[in-house]
Design a protein around this ligand. Structure first.
Ligand code: PNS
Length: 168
């Protein structure tokens, strides 16, 4: 079976990610979206919340599965018996980091290849961090996120704000 792994932080999933997932699902028999439980970053959403949102927004894609992972991406790829990692390339600024990751992963696991999809021009500037920053200042984010994800971001930020106010 032709299987691809699409890994990321997805904090939260944006329409740019969703575009890559959709296109990958048309190219491969099965796609596993791997959500990194990242110890270094402090995410807005828990890994389970990120997995749940991804499952909801990909519910119409029967060959897409969403799973959390910890540790090395290559171990996750091998555990899923896949040979392809898919990453989206937005702009030249992504290139150096992506090249470094792809080449390192290839040294660790020569049987695994990384395939890059250029993001839809409509989303080429988009990142989860920028969306969160705009939302924090109550800016418009509906053009970047699925409506359900937008609602969850607003809820999460409201709860966080309440917590901060109670601490003051
Ligand atoms: O959405 P992101 O944050 O750009 O995704 C980065 C991700 C999850 C693909 C990358 O951080 C990763 O693979 N982390 C797992 C740890 C690992 O394997 N590190 C070595 C990569 S060379």
């Amino acid at each position: 079976m032709n299987k691809a792994i699409y890994p990321g932080s997805f904090d939260p999933v944006t329409l740019g990610h969703l575009d890559i997932i959709r296109r990958t699902s048309e190219m491969f028999d099965q796609v596993v979206v791997g959500v990194l439980k990242n110890k270094a970053k402090s995410p807005l959403f828990s890994v389970q919340e990120r997995v749940n949102m991804l499952q909801e927004v990909t519910a119409d894609l029967p060959n897409v599965e969403v799973m959390a992972f910890e540790g090395l991406l290559i171990d996750f790829v091998r555990a899923n018996d896949a040979k392809v990692i898919v990453r989206g390339l937005r702009a030249i600024t992504d290139f150096e980091y992506e090249l470094q990751m792809a080449q390192t992963n290839r040294v660790i696991a020569p049987e695994v290849d990384t395939v890059f999809l250029t993001t839809n021009l409509k989303y080429s500037y988009l990142s989860s961090s920028i969306v969160k920053e705009i939302a924090e200042y109550n800016g418009q984010i509906s053009e970047f996120l699925h409506p359900m994800v937008e609602a969850r971001v607003r809820e999460k930020l409201a709860v966080r704000r309440e917590g901060e106010e109670n601490h003051e």
